[in-house]
Every structure is written in structure tokens, then in C-alpha cells.
Design a binder for this molecule. Sequence first.
Ligand code: CTP
Length: 408
Amino acid sequence: MSRIVLGVSGGIAAYKACVLLRRLTEAGHEVQVVPTANALSFVGETTWAALSGRPVATSVLADAHEVNHVRLGREADLVLVAPATADLLARAASGRADDLLTNVLLTATCPVVMAPAMHTEMWLHAATRANVATLRSRGVVVLRPAEGRLTGADSGPGRLPEPEDIEASALAALADAAAASAMAAQDLSGRKVVISAGGTREHLDPVRFVGNSSSGRMGVALARAAVQRGAEVTLVAANLAIETPAGVDVVTVESTADLASAMDAAAADADLVVMAAAPADFTPVESSATKLKKSGDAGLTVAFTQTTDVLAGLAARRPSGQVVVGFAAETAADEAELVTLGTSKLARKGCQLLVLNNVSGGAVFGSPDNQVVLLGASGVIGHAAGSKTSVAHAILDAADTVRERNAE
Ligand code: CTP
């Protein structure tokens, strides 16, 4: 349980902050809402109070004996501003203290995360870009907005990311100071990252398929972490059970063969390639163009053939300087056995980094959390545990370590 100040500034996307607030309180966090005066024109004090279960702090002068303008910032574990308007970014960047929220921002010593939302012209304006750069240089995590439909009929970058997307990045910044500074520093800017996620489907006929229950959560978390660190990200998505993150180019695929060609095309000029998907290892030899019909009491026998190993192919064709990362879920008695199994899989696949899961205890697939061992060609590089977004940041760090070592 953490103490979170949720700052809300005056934009129409304030309504989405209600869902964000609900998610944070349901996850057990204590949330103090600090709306600006304009935010209250969009969503009223009663809504914030009811959803947070506590009075809303709106004024520097109210409850002066509690010195709220200093106490709230000092006591917070995380200050999250969503939506952050162009005006709020400008006031924060110039150090203004003209309302309670900007006072909180000046007194906070914890991680600060801002989720901007505004019209595309305002987001792309030189003044806003300079303000964002100033805030990031001071360690503030300014999230990349989503692209899509804005308030009117227009669309472009500037949309507030979905609440679960904001929550995941904000909680990763809260859990891990290294992830927060990597996002603030935009340490992957200029890099191209290609990630696969989800589980493939091999069709028996137009309506039936053989698939697996991979949700795509780990690949989506990696895409989110990479994009928030400034990378240009392509997500090759196979039948995801969840939404894709803001700011990512999504290529949808169905089968292992589709996934192999989409990955080959996207990976040609990538700096980092991550195979987080669960491709089917077998595909029916024949797929019927029409729906298979029952015939009397007869059963059905299907012959399968092996699919291509996408990861091994990508590793074999890897351009110099590129890092290729694979995943392996193994059942092992202990870490030593896990590393032994991983070492031979890493050599067999030819990748530079293998993210190893011990699945003997169950409960990794579909879960929001993960626990992994990061294995490079020369041995264990690190360990990571926590939310899939926190683990994703650790995987990106390990991939960068491998890249630096290979460059030496
Ligand atoms: N993988 C792939 N293409 C496949 C199967 C798996 O690229 N046809 C990738 C997965 O995305 C993952 C890695 O290979 O990154 C390891 O997957 P795993 O299923 O453990 O590999 P297998 O070669 O099937 O190993 P095993 O024989 O242990 O099942």
C-alpha cells in the first residue's frame, strides 16, 4: 500500500482519471486527489471524494493548520498527474506555485509521473516540448500520450493513455527508481525495438483452431516500458487478451507463419528484438477452407507438422549490433537446474539473452506479476520480480548490458 497524490488538471480527459483513481484504490493504495480549479469544471469534488474515500484537497488556504501545501508532497510515495494539460506542464516546468497542485509538485521528493493530454498542436508546440524536456531533465516521468481520437473529430498524438496503461507505468516508477530515471531520461530514444506478444492460432477450418492461453501481458508490458523510455516500438500481436499500450505500432497476426514473416520484416533494421510470444510449435498439415462437418460417429484425426522456430531464425539472421531476446518457461527444482536448462536453450536458439521463468509453482501465465532470471551467453546477468511492467524494465536494462558488452 502506497500513499499517492493524484493531481488532476483541467481537461476533458479528467473523466478518465476517475477510472484511474478507482483502479488505484482497489489495488489498496491510499489516494489523495488534488484537482485544479479548472479540473473541477469537468469532474466535481463529490465524485473525487466518493471515489477516493477521503476529502478532496483543492486550496492552499483551506485547512491551513495542516499545512497541506507542504505536507501532501512531502508525505507522498508517488505524485501522479493525469491528465496533465499544456498549462499544468508549463506551470510545473517554470516552478510556479499558484495553486495547491503546483505547491505539491514543488515539495514532492518522491517519484513524479505526468500523463499529458491535449490537442496535437499543443503537444507538438515548441513551448510544450521545451517544458517536457525541462521536466524530464529534472527526473519527472512525462509519459508519451496516445495517438487517436481527440475531443473533436480530429485525431493525432495527445490523447490520454488508457487508465491501466498509466497505472502500470506509474506503479513501475514507484516500485523502481531505476525504471523512473530511465523513463525520465528517455534512454532508449532513437532505438527501434520489435516485440512479439500473445499466442498464435493454427486453424483446422475457418472457425476452429489449436491455440494456447498466452494473454500477451509480458510482451505488452515490454512494449509499454520501451515506448515510455523513448524507443520506437513495433508490437507484433498474436490474439491478445488485453489492450495494447499507447504510442506503439501494432501489427496483428494469427498463426506462427504470420508471426514469423511479420517479425522478419520488422526486425531487419531493429536494435532490439524480443520474442515474448508463445508461437504454436505444431500446425495442422491441412486446413479446410470450409467448416469441417461431422460424419456419422467418426472421430477426427489431425496430422500436425512442426512450425518454424521464429526465435532461432531471427537470431541466425541477426544484423551486427542487434540484440535478440528469447523467453523460456521451464519446470526446474531450483535455480541451478533452471540455469542449466536455460543455458542449453540459449545455445540452441542462438539468442543473446534468455528470460527464464520457473513455472513449477504455476501462476505466471495471465498473472500481472512475474519473477525471472536473466541469462546471457556468459551466465546470469540479473534477477527481477514484481509487476510485469517492472520486470519489463529489468529485461530492457539487461538487453542494454548485453549490447554494451557486445560492442566492447
Ligand atoms: N519460439 C519461437 N518459435 C516457435 C516456438 C518458440 O520463436 N515455434 C520462441 C518463444 O517465443 C520463446 C522461445 O522460443 O521466446 C522459447 O520457447 P519454448 O517454447 O521454450 O521453446 P521450444 O524450442 O519449444 O522449447 P521446448 O522444446 O523446451 O518446448
